[in-house]
Write a protein that binds this ligand. Structure first.
Ligand code: IVH
Length: 682
């Protein structure tokens, strides 16, 4: 018997070790199959010797028989909530309040960490063993969810004693957030819908629903996870700082979001880091809805104390919500510059992340069918950054039976031409190149800022000029006369003159802008720049064959061909654009009208060539769009956000969170004068 007890203990020890490596450290040492074999050996032994099963055995994570109801757990230390802040001012006010209360206290720091959007849970470890797990409840009394929590594989059933570091306390109440990763949540919902069960509205609801299962075998099947962020009661000597406490929790085997926990020395640093977390929130595999700011020194936390429901030493900086619920009033289609028909949902207006959203794209018919989106449906709408809002899903429980299915029209809603769908494409297109919307949209694109940049030639003027038959294609813009313009509504002499001047000025342009202005399908600003840098002259681009464009890696030591960044689809599109007779004619007319796309001379020799720049803060010498022009002239590109492909971050006055991000990624930063020096170099 003694041998069996030892064997069981040894197996448990090994399995616990591998659990910790896999679920907490995310760094497994053995294969899944090997782990399964260890686990099965333990299960077999326990099955043959049921008297030897202990509650902290790793086999006990699979859930036990259902409970009648949850019993209550009284929290020794109340589980408080957090005060919310929504703006930079709320953060600085919080800082001022603290400094005032502490009467200009000695030096102290803040910790800032992500605020997970899940369910608060307390884990009580007695002599290193998990004895009770409970929900927050009303903050004073929660529900006993021990059985369910034991099924969460990143929650250790026993704590580990680190070789160096604090001894495991006799009593430890660790607190944290139980959540479900976004991908697991989506997979769970697909399974539920397949089984005719209602989908969970968001990962938080899924986590809460999973934790509140009376049958822990159900919970065991749900992929839950936990991060710890604090403690309640602890026996023995405590810690000096919040940060130290988090490190100790981690050393004892609990899961802590270490990589994103940061000590900030000033409130400006706090604000910067909060924005940084907001910027990268989409990169987390789970949802975060804010950042939690805490005074690092525990003595000061104690001095500051608490209000009725929240501590004075912490603040939750809430990110702007990116999803809201609203209703689809009707669905119609929009025709774009390339003739693509896009279904659009007109919504009951709703504020999302500080912007009033009235419309959302439904992408295409396939998307509508897949999500079963109907007119009058209640839907969840999402807005992420600058992208067009989209419908995430339908709240089917809100259906009344009056909703109407939508089918894309068979004809272009503008010109009535039968729409076509190319094999392999999901997009419907109006094939008529004379369709008035396509022409109007092409003209709008042609004059836009990143293209020919004709200031003052807005949508309304273009529409009037078209209606009066004054412009049919791009080159006609350059034939406009003073008398043509003053005939238009709301155009006085002065603005007519200004407009003529802007048209004249636009003739002098870069090759990249000119190529972009043509509106070749798949040729955005970046690709236009690549083409300009590579071919240097318009004629070279016009004469390029597919092999000159499409990038192919040279095999067996042969040289690469084509242009890096240009694939088959773009190459095809460019070639067929320049082969088209009417396009050729249009370009000829533009050149004859005096449009002069300057040849690229210096771009490739400049150290800025083919480099990606991002600007944070404001530049003293020029506006952002002037800086963009300058970068492009040298063959570089300006991007809006910092990422791994960024080469230089240009730091202007009052830089934002991009600076921190660039530093985190090890990206070279340039101050304004260094930036200009770089651009001047040949
Ligand atoms: S600290 C007394 N840190 O947010 C302070 N809370 O809105 C205790 N939460 O009930 C909370 N991530 O469930 C803290 N990193 C984090 C958090 C976090 C999520 C939750 C927690 C709390 C709620 C308050």
């Amino acid at each position: 018997m003694k041998k069996i007890i030892e064997a069981i203990e040894e197996l448990r020890k090994r399995i616990r070790y591998h659990n910790h490596r896999y679920y907490v450290l995310d760094d497994p040492e053995i294969s899944d199959a090997e782990y399964d074999r260890l686990f099965k050996r333990l299960l077999d032994l326990e099955l043959r010797h049921p008297g030897l099963v202990t509650p902290d055995s790793p086999t006990q994570r699979v859930g036990t028989k259902p409970l009648e109801a949850f019993s209550e757990v009284k929290h020794r230390v109340p589980m408080l909530s957090l005060e919310n802040g929504f703006s930079d001012k709320d953060i600085t006010d919080f800082d001022k309040r603290i400094k005032k209360l502490l009467d200009d206290a000695p030096d102290f720091q803040y910790t800032v960490e992500p605020k997970m959007d899940g369910v608060a849970v307390e884990l009580i470890y007695e002599n290193g063993s998990l004895s009770v797990a409970s929900t927050r409840g009303d903050g004073y009394v929660g529900e006993d969810i021990t059985g369910n929590t034991k099924t969460i594989l990143s929650v250790p059933l026993t704590l580990t004693q680190p070789e160096e570091g604090k001894p495991i306390p006799a009593l430890l109440e660790a607190r944290g957030e139980v959540y479900m990763e976004t991908e697991a949540f989506e997979a769970l919902n697909i399974k539920r819908l397949d089984n005719n069960l209602p989908a969970f509205a968001n990962p938080r609801n899924a986590a809460a629903g999973s934790l509140r299962q009376l049958d822990s075998r159900v919970t065991a099947k749900r992929p839950l996870n936990m991060f710890c962020y604090g403690i309640g009661e602890i026996s023995g000597p405590g810690f000096d700082t919040q940060y130290e406490m988090m490190l100790a929790l981690q050393q004892w085997g609990l899961r802590v979001n270490r990589p994103h926990l940061k000590i900030c020395r000033t409130i400006a640093e706090v604000i910067d880091y909060c924005h940084h977390l907001e910027d990268i929130r989409k990169q987390f595999p789970f949802e975060i809805d804010g950042a939690v700011i805490k005074v690092n020194q525990l003595k000061l936390q104690a001095l500051l104390g608490q209000k009725s429901r929240s501590p004075r030493w912490a603040l939750a900086f809430k990110f702007k919500p990116t999803q809201e619920t609203t209703k689809i009033i009707k669905i119609d289609v929009q025709v774009g510059r390339t003739g693509a028909l896009t279904p659009v949902a007109h919504l009951e207006p709703v504020q999302i992340g500080g912007v009033l959203v009235k419309r959302a794209t439904l992408h295409n018919q396939e998307e509508i069918s897949k999500k079963d989106i109907r007119e009058l449906d209640t839907v969840i709408v999402q807005r992420a950054g600058d992208v067009i809002p989209e419908v995430v899903k339908v709240v089917k429980s809100k259906r009344t039976g009056r909703e109407k299915k939508y089918v894309m029209p068979a004809r272009c809603p503008v010109c009535g031409t039968k729409v076509v769908k190319k094999t392999g494409e999901v997009v419907l297109r109006c094939p008529n190149p004379d369709c008035s919307v396509q022409i109007k949209e092409s003209l709008k694109h042609f004059v836009s800022k990143g293209a020919m940049n004709i200031d003052g030639l807005g949508d309304k003027i273009i529409a009037q000029l078209r209606d009066k038959g004054l412009i049919k294609e791009e080159a006609d813009i350059y034939g406009l006369r003073f008398e043509d313009l003053t005939k238009l509504e709301k155009i006085k002499e002065k603005s007519a003159n200004n407009l003529l001047q802007a048209i004249e000025k636009s003739k002098n342009t870069t090759l990249a802008k000119f190529i972009f202005a043509l509106g070749i399908r798949h040729v955005g600003e970046h690709v236009a720049q690549l083409l300009a840098n590579h071919f240097k002259r318009l004629e070279n681009i016009q004469n390029a064959a597919r092999e000159d464009l499409e990038y192919r890696k040279g095999k067996g030591g042969a040289k690469d061909t084509g242009i890096k960044g240009i694939g088959e689809e773009i190459a095809r599109s460019v070639v067929s654009y320049f082969e088209d007779m009417s396009n050729k004619q249009n370009i000829k007319r533009l050149i004859e009208a005096g449009v002069y796309p300057a040849e690229v001379f210096s771009a490739l020799s400049s150290p800025a060539a083919e480099k990606t720049f991002v600007i944070t803060g404001s530049l003293r010498a020029m506006s952002r769009s002037e800086a963009k022009d300058l970068i492009q002239k040298k063959g570089g590109r300006l991007s809006a956000s910092v990422g791994r492909s960024t080469d230089y971050l240009v730091v202007g006055e009052s830089p934002g969170s991009k600076l921190q991000k660039a530093r985190d990624l090890g990206i070279t930063t340039l101050y304004e004068d260094e930036f200009f020096t770089l651009l001047e170099e040949e």
